[in-house]
Every structure is written in structure tokens, then in C-alpha cells.
Design a protein around this ligand. Structure first.
Ligand code: AHR
Length: 503
């Protein structure tokens, strides 16, 4: 049998697990808001229309931060439309998704929802059709205590205390020609820097994210990051990355290597940010916000121009397979591996739209296959992410030669718990995994969960919501302080180990 050998050591840490790595994204798109998190009249909705069954699933998912309100939507959004008395809110045309936006759900509803869901808000400002003044007005509305036009307006809307939103995105995907108010890197860099400075005058405690490229296939990828950071390096805290992976017409082997592609993407952006840092002789290290990531076959989207001005239409409601859950898990592992630089990440999106949670009007929500690797990683990756040294066989993909296995581990120094996440990209034969844990002392295996391996195309549906769930157990053993297990083809495994109590 092919064997992968891995060594980890508690002293070789990458970084503490960033709590904000387990973020998600709620956009006014399709049925993410309307019919997703918000459905007045639903049996499980509270008096404000918030679906409490969905809130419960969001809590179970372990989401820490939620980006809002877009996405492409934000580049045409007028936030004032979504505050104040509901019967006075206008219905507008959302040009990004060619939909009708009723504005019945807006900023204050979102903030009420974040409190129920126990998540931190991450707000985006419109730098497409709007600019500095509107960004400052919005920030004054959300964060200024009282005694000014917008803070008093908030109070008149029944919200006396400021929301104190810390995290702000300076626009969305401004490099994309599809974006309303699309800009060159020079234009966006200047606007982002000036907006950042003005917003910090309203509230100096905020954290700001500048737009990186929409993905690493953009023709301007690399030069966009360098130019934007030339303008914004001293004024922002994070640079964003977005990426969606899917097999599409490609081969399975390359799809299974998506985590490797994500590693390469992140490392390219780190290199570019550090290049700008070196030029500026700056002591500041730019952090990264991977604030849109998931699996999405964008080629199947009918195209914005073919949509029908409907209200909350069904858009990109992908159904994920067991195989997708394995690839998805490997993306999370890539994010963890880069925890020294990627300290915010948002799974796009949260409900219905390319989402781990699905709903139908009037009935219960259900968990897609990808729900489980997210929830389990958010729950169990604790303490420090550890560097792994892996000696594994490789195979050929469109991304080059890629290891057949991938392993990431976390270690909680307080409890001594070690958690190992392992993916096998092998398509037809199992792989023997051997992890040298001698530096941790005596451990015992307390849990071994896995997904994939068989029934790779199974999915969860409303009628059969538990077709794809993590399975307990496997053949994992500890031998001479080595964790040894067989990884089934196309599988993800989670091993939890704790120190053996001394008598
Ligand atoms: O998440 C769906 C869309 O993908 C977002 O609106 C946009 O930012 C990205 O292109």
C-alpha cells in the first residue's frame, strides 16, 4: 500500500487558530436573506421574521463572523433604503443580480440577527456607485454614540446604542468588469486609501479590508494587489482574496487538488504583499481576509443578463456531494495552514446560495454535505496550528504534481489535545497514513470521524437530509507513538487525540 509519512511537533507552530477563520457571508442575493435567514410568517420565525431554525443551524455550524450585505450587491446598494419604518422603504432594482430588492431586511435587522446567531458582523461599503461620503455616513450611523445627524437617525429608528461594527470591507471585487463601478487598480487604490482615512476619522478603532483580485485567474492578478497596496498599505489591515473551485468539465484529480491551488493562491498574495512591504521598508505585515471561498461551478450560472427582475429568485442553489465535502474540507485545511497570514475567512454563502444550509418555504432547514467539515473543523481546531512535515507520493494534475494526501494539525497546549485533519486525493487505492507523534508524549485516540470513501455522489435533500454525514471510526491505532490509519480513496478524516492521564 502507498504510504504517507508525517511528522509534527508541538513546538513547531504556524500561528494560533484565528477565530475569524470560521466566517461566512450573507448577501442580498437569491434566497440567502429572503426565504433563508428571514421569512416572516414561517412557523419557526420570531416576531421580526428571523427564522430561528436557521439561527440554530448557524450556531451549530460554528460561524464566528458574517460578511454583509454583498458581494456584487453592495456595489449598487443604498444602505439608507434598508433602515427606518418598513412601510416607507422603497423597492429598488438590484442591478447586480437583476432582482427586485424590497429592503424589508436591512442593517438593523441584520444586526439583530447577528446577536441571535452569536456572530460578529463584517460590513461592506459601496465603492461602486458611491464613495467616501456615504461610507462615512454609514459608519456614523452604525458606530457614533449620539448627537449627530446619522447617529440620531439610528436612535430615531429605535436603536439607541451604537452597533460598534469593527470590520469593514472597502467595496467588493472592484477589479471585476462585472462590478458596478468597476475600477482600475490605480483608481480603486486611491479611492480605497482616501475612504479608509476618512472612515478612521469617524471611528479610529475600525479594521479595514481592501479588495484584492476576484480570483487568481483575473488578467490583472498580482499587479492589482501590488498597485492597490502601494496606495493603501498604511491605511488598511487586510487584503481580500476570493476563490471558487469546482470540477466542471475538468478531471477529478485536478478537482481534488483544489486545496493545493488555494495554497498557491494564498502564497502568491503573501509574496505580493511582502514585496510592497519590502519596497516601503515597512514594519507592518499585511494580513489577508479570504472573504469569499467555496465550491461553485460558475459556468452553470445562467448569467446576470438573463435574469428576470424577480424578488428573491432561486440563484446558484448548488447541491453538494460527499466528494465535494472532501474537497471543501481540504480548502479549510489550506486556510488553517496559512493561519499566520489569513486571519479572516468567509464561506460564501451561508443559506441557499452556494451554501451549507438549505431551506424551503415553510419547512425545516437541512445541512448539506459541506456543513459537516466546516462545523467539525470550527469546533475542534483549537490552540495552535502546527507545521506538518509530509513525505507523500504525488500525482499529476493541472496544477502540477500534487501530494496524494494532505495533513494539517492543531494542538491545544492547555489540554494537550491534538487534532489531525487528513485528506486522501487518491482515487482508487487506500493510503496508509503514519504520523510521528513522539514529541507529544503518551496520547490516546478519542475520536476518528471520516467522510467520503464510498457513495461519493450522494447528496442531502429535504426528503433525505442525512444521506451524507460523518461516519465514526476506522482502523486508527497508536503504535510506538505513531498514529497509523488507512485513508480510503477520496476521503477526509479527523482524528482527536488527548494525553493519557498519568496515575
Ligand atoms: O458569492 C456570489 C458572488 O461571487 C458575489 O456576489 C461576488 O462577490 C462573487 O463574484
Amino acid at each position: 500500500m502507498l504510504t504517507s509519512r508525517v511528522t509534527i511537533h508541538p513546538a513547531f507552530t504556524i500561528a494560533p487558530v484565528p477565530p475569524r477563520l470560521f466566517g461566512s457571508f450573507v448577501e442580498h442575493m437569491g434566497r440567502c436573506v429572503y426565504g433563508g435567514i428571514y421569512e416572516p410568517g414561517h412557523a419557526e420565525a420570531d416576531i421580526d421574521g428571523i427564522r430561528l431554525d436557521v439561527v440554530k443551524l448557524v450556531r451549530e455550524l460554528g460561524v464566528s463572523v458574517v460578511r454583509y450585505p454583498g458581494g456584487n450587491f453592495v456595489s449598487g446598494y443604498q444602505w439608507e433604503d434598508g433602515v427606518g419604518p418598513n412601510d416607507q422603504r422603497p423597492t429598488r432594482l438590484d442591478l447586480a443580480w437583476r432582482s427586485r430588492e424590497t429592503n424589508q431586511f436591512g442593517l438593523n435587522e441584520f444586526m439583530a440577527w447577528t446577536r441571535l446567531a452569536g456572530v460578529e458582523p463584517m460590513m461592506a461599503v459601496n465603492l461602486g456607485t458611491r464613495g467616501i461620503a456615504d461610507a462615512c455616513n454609514l459608519l456614523e450611523y452604525t458606530n457614533h454614540p449620539a448627537g449627530s445627524y446619522y447617529s440620531d437617525l439610528r436612535a430615531s429608528h429605535g436603536v439607541a446604542e451604537p452597533h460598534n461594527i469593527k470590520l469593514w470591507c472597502l467595496g467588493n471585487e472592484m477589479d471585476g468588469p462585472w462590478q458596478l463601478g468597476h475600477k482600475t487598480a490605480e483608481e480603486y487604490g486611491r479611492l480605497a486609501a482616501e475612504t479608509a482615512r476618512a472612515m478612521r476619522q469617524v471611528d479610529p478603532t475600525i479594521e479595514l479590508v481592501a479588495c484584492g483580485s476576484s480570483n487568481d485567474r483575473m488578467p490583472t492578478f498580482g499587479s492589482w494587489e501590488a498597485t492597490v497596496l502601494d496606495h493603501t498599505y498604511d491605511d488598511v489591515d487586510y487584503l481580500s482574496l476570493h476563490a471558487y473551485y469546482m470540477q466542471g468539465d475538468g478531471d477529478l484529480g485536478t478537482y481534488l487538488a483544489s486545496g493545493f491551488a488555494m495554497d498557491t493562491f494564498i502564497e502568491g498574495v503573501v509574496a505580493t504583499a511582502d514585496y510592497v512591504r519590502a519596497k516601503r521598508r515597512s514594519t507592518k505585515q499585511m494580513k489577508l481576509s479570504f472573504d469569499e471561498w467555496n465550491l461553485w461551478d460558475e459556468s452553470r450560472f445562467v448569467g446576470q443578463q438573463n435574469l428576470e427582475w424577480a424578488q428573491a429568485p432561486r440563484l446558484i442553489e448548488e447541491t453538494y456531494t460527499a466528494q465535494d465535502a472532501v474537497v471543501f474540507a481540504s480548502l479549510l485545511m489550506s486556510l488553517l495552514r496559512h493561519a499566520d497570514r489569513v486571519t479572516i475567512a468567509c464561506l460564501a454563502q451561508l443559506v441557499n446560495v452556494i451554501a451549507p444550509i438549505r431551506t424551503e418555504p415553510g419547512s425545516n432547514g437541512w445541512r448539506q454535505s459541506i456543513f459537516y467539515p466546516f462545523a467539525l473543523t470550527a469546533r475542534h481546531a483549537r490552540g495552535n496550528v502546527l507545521a506538518t512535515h509530509q513525505d507523500a507520493p504525488t500525482y499529476a494534475t493541472d496544477f502540477g504534481d500534487v501530494p496524494l494526501t494532505d495533513v494539517v494539525a492543531s494542538h491545544e497546549p492547555g489540554t494537550g489535545e491534538v487534532v489531525v485533519f487528513a485528506v486522501s486525493r487518491s482515487q482508487d487505492e487506500p493510503i496508509a497514513l503514519d504520523i510521528d507523534l513522539r514529541s507529544f508524549g503518551e496520547l490516546r485516540i478519542v475520536e476518528h470521524l471520516r467522510m467520503g470513501g464510498t457513495a461519493l455522489l450522494d447528496v442531502n435533500t429535504e426528503d433525505r437530509p442525512d444521506q451524507v454525514v460523518p461516519l465514526q471510526g476506522g482502523d486508527a491505532v497508536l503504535r510506538d507513538r505513531h498514529l497509523q490509519a488507512t485513508l480510503p480513496p477520496v476521503s477526509w478524516s479527523l482524528f482527536r487525540l488527548t494525553p493519557t492521564p498519568t496515575i
